[in-house]
Design a protein. Sequence first.
Length: 158
Amino acid sequence: MSSTSTNGNIEHLRDVLTAYMARKGLRSTEQRRLIVETFFHAHSHITIEELLGRVRSADPRVGYATVYRTLKLLAESGVANERHFGDGVTRYELADGDTHHDHLICIECHGITEFEEPRIESLQDEVARNYGFDLRTHKHELYGVCADCQARSPKTRN
């Protein structure tokens, strides 16, 4: 995503969050704003602990529970997607309603690579149609060993 479209997406997500908070009667505190802005400018797939570390570098008074509740708010409002990749760690990424991507997850280093593949999307749609299934959403996650981990450990793999 280009810098311009990323900034536009962040502005849109800010508006979504503001409207959601107004509907719920929630106020925007200084700590909440710091957490939200730090999240908006973090890399994809950030954990609570990673976000907490970044936020605390700006304000050491911010607690784990505040970061946790803010991330839950972001997910409930549709601003963030909560991701679980089978390792017991919850990660969050910015929601992007315009595009869809899937994930390659390394089972050794736990690295996550996003990818878009129109052929997979087309095949999924075709399979759903063939079964008379009204597809609404899906998650596509592929688990294996990334090239870096393979290079570090050149033993035979299955």
